[in-house]
Design a protein around this ligand. Structure first.
Ligand code: ADE
Length: 364
C-alpha cells in the first residue's frame, strides 16, 4: 500500500507539468482551475485560465463581474452553468466568508456548482486536507491498477474506489497524491488505446498490465443513446455601411441559457419555410438572395443537434426584432458569447462580414 503512494509521489515530483495553477497556488486559483478542468482538457483550458485570472484575479472581482463579461470569458469552454455557479459561489464567499474560500470539505461542498470532486480537489490541493478527488481519469487509473472491472459509471463503484484511494493517501501529502493520480491519467495511463505502461511508476504493481487488460479498462456501460434534434440556422447578414449579423438571445433557463446564436429554427427547413419562419418572428426586409450552408452537428451530454443552414441578406435599414441584435464583426468578437455549437456558422458570418467591411472601405 505504502509503495503505491511512494512510487507515485516520486514519479510526480520528477515528471509533473509546470502549470499556472500549480506554480502559484491559492485557493481561488485552484478552485477556478478545477472547475474549468471538469469536462475540459488541460491544453484547452490553459489560455482560458490565464485570461480569466488576468481579468478576474480575486474572488471579489469574480463576484462583481457583469454576467455578459463572464459569459464572454467562458465562451467556447462549454457547460456554461459552471461559470454561473462559479460566480454565485464567489458571491457567497464574499458575503459569508469575507472573501476567503472556506478550508472545509463540507463548507466547500455546499457552494453552488461544487460537487464531491471539486470540494475534494480544493480541500486537498489548496488546504492540505485529507480528502480524495475522484474524476474519470482517477477511476481509469485505479481500475487498471487493481484490474477492477466494475462499471465506473455506477455510483457505488466510485464510492468504493474513493474509499480505497482514501486508505492509501499519505497524510503528509493528500493534495499531491490526488494531483499525481490525475497527472498519471493525463500523461501515462491514457484513455482510448494504449497507455504508456513502460513509463509508468506502477508498471510492476499494475494488475491490468499483468493480465494484459489495460486497454479493456475501465468498464463503462454504454450510455443511453442521445436524442437527436434537427434545426435550421438562418444566418441573416446586413450589408451596407454597417455590416452585421443578426443574433438572438437564448432563453434565460435551460441549455446554453442566455447565450447568443444566429436565428435558430426548429426542424430541417427549405428556403420558403425559412422565409416564413423569419417573417413570423418579425424579421422582414430580406432580399431573395440566399445560399445554403454546410450541415453541422453538435453533441451535448444527452442531446445531439443536427443543423442545416441558410445564409440570407437584408438591407441597411432592417431592424432587429425584440430579443435580437445586429452584431458587427467587432462585437461578435468581443461582446456577444456564441456557443461552440455554432462555430462553423459563426466563422462563415465573420468571413462574410469581413469581406463586406472591406468592400465598403474600398467603395469609400
Ligand atoms: N484535471 C483536473 N484537475 C487537474 C489537475 N490539478 N492537474 C492535472 N489534471 C487535472
Amino acid at each position: 500500500m505504502q509503495e503505491i503512494a511512494s512510487l507515485l509521489l516520486h514519479w510526480f515530483d520528477e515528471n509533473k507539468r509546470s502549470l499556472p495553477f500549480r506554480t502559484h497556488k491559492t485557493p481561488y486559483r485552484v478552485w477556478v482551475s478545477e472547475v474549468m478542468l471538469q469536462q475540459t482538457r488541460v491544453a484547452a483550458v490553459l489560455p482560458y485560465y490565464e485570461r480569466f485570472m488576468r481579468q478576474l484575479p480575486t474572488v471579489q472581482a469574480l463576484a462583481a463581474c457583469p454576467p455578459e463579461k463572464l459569459e464572454k470569458l467562458w465562451e467556447g469552454l462549454g457547460y456554461y452553468s459552471r461559470a454561473r455557479n462559479l460566480q454565485k459561489a464567489a458571491q457567497i464567499v464574499v458575503q459569508q466568508y469575507d472573501g476567503e474560500l472556506p478550508a472545509s470539505y463540507e463548507a466547500l461542498r455546499a457552494l453552488p456548482g461544487v460537487g464531491d470532486y471539486t470540494a475534494g480537489a480544493v480541500a486537498s490541493l489548496a488546504f492540505g486536507l485529507p480528502c480524495v478527488a475522484v474524476d474519470g481519469n482517477v477511476l481509469r487509473v485505479w481500475s487498471r491498477l487493481h484490474a477492477d472491472d466494475s462499471n465506473v459509471l455506477v455510483p457505488a463503484t466510485k464510492r468504493r474506489m474513493a474509499a480505497q484511494i482514501q486508505a492509501v493517501q499519505p497524510a503528509q501529502r493528500p493534495g499531491d497524491f490526488n494531483e499525481a493520480l490525475m497527472e498519471l491519467g493525463a500523461l501515462i495511463c491514457l484513455p482510448n488505446g494504449e497507455p504508456l505502461c513502460t513509463q509508468c511508476p506502477w508498471h510492476t504493481l499494475c494488475l491490468a498490465r499483468k493480465a494484459g487488460k489495460q486497454a479493456q479498462l475501465p468498464v463503462k456501460t454504454p450510455r443511453r443513446s442521445r436524442k437527436a434534434l434537427s434545426y435550421t440556422v438562418a444566418l441573416v447578414l446586413r450589408r451596407g455601411p454597417h455590416p452585421a449579423c443578426l443574433l438572438e438571445k437564448r432563453p434565460s433557463t435551460g441549455l446554453l441559457a442566455g447565450l447568443w446564436q444566429p436565428i435558430l429554427l426548429e426542424g430541417e427547413l427549405d428556403l420558403p419555410a425559412v422565409y416564413n419562419a423569419l417573417a413570423a418572428r418579425g424579421i422582414h426586409g430580406l432580399s431573395r438572395e440566399a445560399h445554403p450552408l454546410d450541415t453541422a452537428r453538435h453533441v451535448f451530454t444527452h442531446l445531439e443537434w443536427h443543423m442545416t443552414g441558410w445564409c440570407l441578406w437584408c438591407e441597411d435599414g432592417c431592424s432587429a426584432p425584440d430579443g435580437c441584435v445586429f452584431a458587427a464583426l467587432e462585437q461578435l468578437e468581443t461582446q456577444y458569447a456564441v456557443p461552440n455549437a455554432f462555430k462553423a456558422y459563426r466563422q462563415h458570418a465573420e468571413n462574410l462580414l469581413f469581406a463586406s467591411c472591406k468592400t465598403e472601405a474600398d467603395r469609400l
